[in-house]
Design a protein around this ligand. Structure first.
Ligand SMILES: [Zn+2]
Length: 307
């Protein structure tokens, strides 16, 4: 069975043919008509029509969440479909089954089946990108196949208000989700920059802060010490809660593997299991976990439907 897989972000759409095992062909790129409903659909429909071997299903990874109550999209970065029943609308137009999944959920499923989560029953995949995301896969399958917020460890008022040694007070920062004090506000790339600015009144980009930490710059080291203190408790709690035995990490910040080693070192002793093997590890499912994961989720849903 051939699946046409899309990975849709606020700026770009990537597309590739995929098989039921999540293996993808060459990847094409398109700009996202993020604010124009008609142009957005035409873009996808045109790409589907160009496929040399007509696909049997459309799988979509998207920077948004499907509201499990009514199937509508919550996608602030893509106003063209925000609040609409995207999957149903596209399905009607292309007359193919359409499966839409959150990008972090796709990442978790890709990692569980093709990456660092292989051989583990419970995989908690985390994204350390501009913000923070996460997804939970059990026995290779997503636990929230109908959408929803499972695995979203970045939101909720759980960010510590005091961290580091010596301790420093941290602000409770308003988050895009409507709450204040979310981990997302201080732990993604933007959060790391915010944390550094709060501590040192200095504006620096996240990669520059990480490089400063590598060079043992005092201010950057202090920021990273606070960062590790802030991220480790909530992540250990997520591990306890899910029973995950591996936490593959993806996204821009996670490309700093030395940072992941330090996060792992900080998190493991705070978990009840305190495993003797690395818990937080680099993603290993390849360069397109969104495309692979979306195809796997679609294939699993179709297999279940045909039982
Ligand atoms: Zn939030």
């Amino acid at each position: 069975m051939r699946i046409l897989s899309f990975d849709i972000g606020g700026t770009n759409i990537r597309a590739a043919s995929a098989d039921v095992g999540g293996q993808t062909g060459p990847v094409g790129r398109l700009g996202t008509p993020a604010s124009d409903h008609k142009a957005f659909f035409n873009c996808l429909i045109d790409r589907i029509a160009q496929e040399p071997n007509p696909p049997e299903a459309i799988a979509i990874s998207i920077a948004g969440v499907v509201n499990p109550r009514n199937g509508t999209m919550i996608a602030a970065n893509i106003p063209a479909i925000h609040g609409t029943n995207f999957a149903e609308d596209l399905q009607q137009q292309v007359e193919l089954p359409v499966y839409v999944s959150n990008d972090a959920d796709c990442f978790a499923v890709a990692e569980a089946n093709l990456g660092a989560g292989r051989g583990h029953d419970i995989v908690f995949g985390i994204i350390l990108g501009t913000g923070v995301g996460g997804g939970l896969a059990v026995h290779g399958g997503l636990i929230n196949r109908n959408g929803g917020y499972a695995g979203e460890w970045g939101h909720g008022p759980v960010s510590p208000r005091i961290a580091g040694d010596p301790p420093v007070a941290l602000p409770s920062i308003p988050c895009g989700c409507g709450l204040s004090g979310c981990l997302d506000t201080v732990v993604g790339g933007r959060g790391l920059e915010r944390l550094h600015e709060h501590l040192h009144q200095e504006v620096r980009q996240a990669p520059d802060i990480i490089n400063g930490w590598r060079s043992k710059e005092r201010s950057a080291c202090r920021t990273m010490e606070i960062y590790l203190d802030v991220i480790s408790g909530p992540l250990a709690m997520a591990v306890n809660l899910t029973g995950a035995t591996v936490v593959p990490a993806g996204g821009g910040l996670a490309s700093a593997h030395d940072l992941l080693v330090e996060i792992d070192r900080a998190v493991r002793p705070l978990t009840l299991a305190n495993p003797d093997h690395p818990l937080v590890v680099p993603a290993a499912s390849g360069p397109e976990p969104g495309l692979s994961g979306a195809a796997l989720i679609a294939a699993q849903a179709m297999a279940q439907a045909s039982c």
